[in-house]
Design a protein around this ligand. Structure first.
Ligand SMILES: C[S@@+](CC[C@H](N)C(=O)[O-])C[C@H]1O[C@@H](n2cnc3c(N)ncnc32)[C@H](O)[C@@H]1O
Length: 518
């Protein structure tokens, strides 16, 4: 393969490959032809396409603002073919992946088409990496294949709740567990918690106004405008990422809005990076596993999928997702690897779920007992991916330098870490104190309705910078507070009686263990 190009004079419109022949030449010595297809050498065509795709991606990596202003029709008149491709790539990347309204139907259709083609190994397939496999990944060629195949069966530890914890330096509280049934009743009736308890550490609790006067009413106007301004800024950021609405409960008053939150930057997707970390995150295109599919349904022939380590009881590979919902088959220490920007599958590929935009509206509200919280505006089905924990990506070793208020908003990217590993090198944490999204308002519950899992799609697992994805672990009615367990493996990881560093839990669930750890 020597090149490719758009329609040539006198030829039908379309893309052409330029082929240089080794065993043939014209009388004048030239040995290239232009052809629309090379049916007997699909390997050459696929390799060529892969290389071109990487070139396009590299062009787009240079910056998304370049050239995008040009109208579509001018592109092939004014630019080389490669630049036109780069333009297409940039255009696509500048547009976040919208959530598709009829996505379920599309996937359903695709499954149907697959079944019609009678593909033998059509079973769901999960691409993951397990704890401890980092070295073997690195030993493979540039980690392209993500991990060695390593079968586990359904008897292995199932996905539980969260591979990571939100950290906070806390002092020991000796209070007894909170077992309020009012909270539980409030939850099950889809309303907000009713109990009023002590203020959370950074005073975002209930208003301290004791009386209401005309002056207060004016203050209330100003309050509204502060809340509205923050809400507008966050909504704009969410809309830019094509995400659903983000509201701040209108009952939140001016004096209940912490000053730091007025400077808070809402980041719906992705990370902001501490010095030098973006370079770590942005790995070379060569090390990605990629596929040439339009859709990644046939696990047996998708290069991204074949190295899955997760098998079901019948030894068949599984997808992490089924019809857009998380399957909860990911064991502890595993990461989901979604199709990436170098794959040729489209935006509705069933292996692209977390990277889609959030389509569930969220409201931030005052829980009256745990500070602010986040609740869903609509009913959410079990398995629905709600969003990722965003914020500033920092080195774990830098946590000690952070001011105290940050410590309640840290999320360790520790999914693949071995217990009690003291080495802090190459370990990272997300700090959402000054920037982040609605997930930084998610409170702890001992009976949570969301779980978390780690996922990568724009980097590779070995760099230890996955996204932490929040997923509904049960059907959640509209207007219910969304919660996770900050210490999901507490019964495995720590002696429940050793409560050093724990905080008194006010989740109020019937299963409340009385403490949580940041
Ligand atoms: C990640 S933030 C959650 C959002 C926080 N409520 C706010 O107002 O910004 C974690 C903090 O929320 C509070 N919190 C979360 N879950 C709690 C619980 N179950 N009991 C008591 N406080 C909780 C604690 O103050 C904790 O430091």
């Amino acid at each position: 393969m020597a090149g490719e190009g758009r329609r040539r004079r006198g030829a039908p419109f379309g893309w052409y490959f330029k082929v240089r022949w080794g065993n043939w030449s014209r009388e004048d010595g030239s040995n290239t032809t232009w052809q629309t297809e090379i049916p007997d050498r699909p390997d050459l065509v696929n390799r060529w396409k892969r290389i071109q795709r990487r070139k396009r991606a590299a062009l787009a990596d240079e910056g998304l603002d370049m050239d995008v202003r040009w109208p579509d029709h001018a592109i092939h008149l004014r630019l080389t073919h490669q630049r036109a491709q780069g333009y297409e790539e940039k255009k696509q990347r500048s547009t976040p992946i919208p959530s598709t309204a009829n996505w379920d139907q599309e996937v359903e259709n695709a499954y149907q088409r697959r079944d019609e083609r009678s593909v033998e190994d059509g079973g769901p397939h999960l691409r993951v990496r397990r704890t401890g496999s980092i070295a073997s990944i690195a030993s493979q060629r540039g980690a392209r294949t993500a991990s060695p195949a390593q079968s586990i069966t359904s008897r292995d530890t199932p996905f539980q709740s969260s591979p990571s914890v939100i950290r906070k330096k806390g002092r020991l509280h000796k209070d007894t567990p909170s077992t309020s049934s009012a909270w539980h009743a409030a939850q099950s009736s889809s309303s907000i918690p009713l109990l009023r308890t002590s203020q959370p550490p950074h005073s975002v609790g209930p208003s301290t106004r004791s009386s209401c006067t005309l002056g207060d009413s004016n203050v209330s106007q100003a309050t509204q405008s502060v809340r509205s301004r923050i809400e507008a800024a966050w909504s704009t950021a969410a809309a830019d990422a094509m995400a659903a609405e983000i509201r701040i409960d209108e009952n939140i008053a001016d004096e209940d809005i912490p000053s730091d939150l007025k400077k808070f930057t809402y980041v719906e997707k992705g990370y902001l990076f501490d010095d030098g970390l973006q370079e770590v995150f942005q790995v070379s295109p060569d090390v990605f596993t990629t596929c040439d599919h339009q859709r990644c349904l046939e696990a047996s022939d998708c290069p991204c999928q074949v190295n899955s380590e997760i098998l079901d009881a019948s030894n068949r590979n599984r997808y992490a997702y089924c019809k857009g919902l998380f399957t909860f088959n990911v064991p502890r220490g595993a990461e989901v690897i979604e199709c990436n920007k170098y794959c040729s599958c489209g935006r509705t590929c069933p292996n692209r779920v977390v990277q889609k935009s959030r389509d569930i509206g969220i409201e931030i509200f005052d829980t009256k007992r745990c500070g602010w919280g986040a609740r869903t505006l609509t009913a959410v089905p079990k398995g629905k991916v709600m969003g990722t924990y965003t914020g500033r990506l920092i080195r774990r070793e830098d946590i000690d330098t952070l001011p105290n208020p940050h410590l309640g908003y840290l999320f360790d990217l520790d999914c693949t870490e071995v217990k009690d590993d003291e080495n802090l090198g190459d370990k990272y944490t997300v700090d959402s104190y000054t920037c982040g999204n609605w997930t930084r308002f998610v409170n702890h519950s001992c009976d949570p309705n969301m779980a978390v899992f780690s996922v990568v799609y724009d980097t590779i697992p070995i760099v230890n910078m996955p996204y932490v994805s929040f997923v509904a672990c049960e059907d959640i009615p509209a207007h219910t507070e969304l919660t996770i367990d900050y210490q999901p493996y507490w019964d495995e990881d720590i002696d429940a009686t050793a409560k050093h560093g724990t905080e008194r839990c006010k989740c109020g669930s019937q299963q409340c263990r009385g403490w949580y750890r940041m």
